[in-house]
Every structure is written in C-alpha cells, then in structure tokens.
Design a protein around this ligand. Structure first.
Ligand SMILES: [Zn+2]
Length: 306
C-alpha cells in the first residue's frame, strides 16, 4: 500500500513537472537586444513570456560580440525586440542571419524595432561622412533614458506581445499603462528635484544622456569625445576645459563603461567641478535593476548625492 502511494506520489510529481514544462513551452519566447529593452519587456510581460537579453548592462551596446549562443536563442525565438536607430547595427544583422529563423526577420512578423516609435532626436541632415564619427543616421539611439518615451514604448511592446499572444493581451496592455502612469508621476518629481539642484549645464562623455538631459531641461555644454564614438584627444580635452571654465560647469557625467581618467583631468582644471561615473542602463551597476533605478541614480548624481 505504502509502495503504491509512493508510486502514485512520484507519478503526480512527474505529471506536474510535465504540465509545468508544457506551460513553459506555451510561453512566448522573446529576445531583447539590450538590457534596457529587456527591462521594458519585463515591465509589460512580467513572467508571461520567456525572455533572453543579449547585451548586458555592463557592456557598450554599440559593440557586442555576436556569440553563437545568441544565435541559438534567436533561432528559437517568437519575437525579437530591438532598440533600433542603428544602435545594434554592428552585431545584430549577423546574428539574425545566422539564426535562420524567418519569424524574427524584419518582415517575419516576430520583430519589433522600438526606434520606429521613439520619436528620435538629432536626426542628421545632409550627407553623413565617416569624418563625423559614429553618427546614427536615423537619430540618437539612446532614448531609453527618457522615462516618458519609455512609457510610450511599453505600450508599443504590449501591442506587439498581444498580437502574438492574445490570451494575455489584456494583461500586457494593463501593465504597460500602469508603467506609463508611474513614469509620468516619477518624472514630475525628478523634474522638481533637478530644478532645485541648480544644475543647468554639464559635460558628458558620449551623447548617450541627451534624451535624459532634454527631458529634464539640462544641456550638454561639451562631450569628452571629439565626435561620437571617437576617443578623446589631448587637443579636444583642452577645448573642453576651456568650455567648462567659461560655462562654469560643476559636473561631468561619465558612462561607467568609459574610462573616467580623462574627466578627472578636466575637473582638476575647473574649480568646483566634480566627476561622477554613472550607469546608463539597467544592470550597469549594482542596484540598477529597473529603468526607474537608472533615472533615480542620474537625478541623485546631479543633486550631488551618492
Ligand atoms: Zn551612441
């Protein structure tokens, strides 16, 4: 009797495991290109999809090594969500090609490019030449630092997920709306805090913070890079120091995957100025688990709080 009960018990565990497995099987398989895109998907989808994220928050998303393991994930995916605006142009096309999964190609129905709904800033006019540096022809791709845009993007993600997974459609839409409302409320508070800090102009390394700056009425007086994607030169740094003195700059923000030594050189020459290394994406530093954590950290850096 005991034995029979044991067998039955074992069997029901087995059946439960099978059921779990088939549930997992039924979940939509989503691949996000960057940590921030992944964080947006999490806000909208929670645990209703399986999610793989290619670029870690600690990596520079412009240059990711296209590993075969990513190709395998893409070969099984139902949906690929990319940041777009050429951010991943150096590595995503070869991964998609290698994955041989027609679903996740641009015309395959399982592809969403967020750049198309992001209302890009800084779309270059006229001809783009190599001399301009690493310019993104469709506009600045670092839009996930704007909480208001993120709210809109969440809705675009909800719509796409809902079109591929109708049983969960209402849940996706509801979560996206809730996230958007939260971002709008938090943005008001962040705006007040930044206004109170008195900081109006600052210096950054790369144009990666521009959407954040614009949203919060801040201005980049200079960049440490002479041109986007071109490492700082001695001559350029001299001109940055001049600008910093003239504009009475008090803060240099450096994305934490760049070397902050150059910024140290600048602030040594400018009285009252300080350097702060900041994470500019989810997962780029401890405690930056959600998009709002990244924004909060930037606001604190501007306020002069660690
Ligand atoms: Zn960039």
């Amino acid at each position: 009797m005991l034995k029979a009960a044991k067998i039955f018990c074992g069997l029901s565990v087995f059946v439960a495991a099978l059921f779990q497995a088939s549930l997992a099987e039924a979940k939509l398989k989503v691949v996000a290109t960057t940590a921030d895109v992944g964080a947006l998907v999490r806000e909208v989808a929670a645990d209703d999809v399986t999610l793989d994220v290619i670029a870690k928050g600690t990596q520079d998303p412009h240059s990711i090594e296209p590993k075969p393991s990513f190709m395998v994930k893409l070969s099984k995916a139902d949906l690929l969500i990319s940041n777009g605006l050429s951010l991943e142009v150096g590595w995503l096309p070869s991964l998609v090609q290698g994955a041989r999964n027609p679903k996740v190609r641009a015309d395959g129905g399982g592809f969403l490019d967020l750049g198309e709904t992001a209302e890009p800033l800084e779309i270059p006019t006229g001809q783009i030449t190599r001399a301009m540096g690493d310019v993104h022809p469709e506009g600045n791709p670092h839009f996930t630092l704007d909480p208001i845009r993120n709210g809109k993007l969440a809705n675009a993600i909800a719509e796409k997920l809902g079109s591929l997974d109708s049983p969960n459609k209402a849940k996706y839409a509801e979560r996206a709306k809730a996230f958007q409302t939260r971002m709008e409320t938090m943005t008001k508070t962040w705006q007040e805090r930044i206004a109170k800090s008195g900081v109006k102009k600052l210096i950054t390394y790369h144009p990666s913070l521009n959407y954040f700056l614009k949203r919060f009425n801040l201005e980049a007086a200079a960049f440490l890079e002479p041109k986007p994607g071109i490492p700082p030169t001695a001559q350029h740094i001299l001109s940055v120091i001049e600008t910093a003195k003239r504009e009475k700059i008090s803060l240099v923000l450096v994305d934490n995957f760049f070397d902050s030594k150059i910024a140290d050189r600048v602030v040594k020459e400018v009285s009252g100025a300080r350097v702060q290394s900041v994470g500019i994406s989810v997962g780029s530093a401890p405690g930056l688990e959600k998009l709002e954590d990244v924004a909060e950290q930037l606001v604190r850096a501007i306020e002069g709080k660690k």
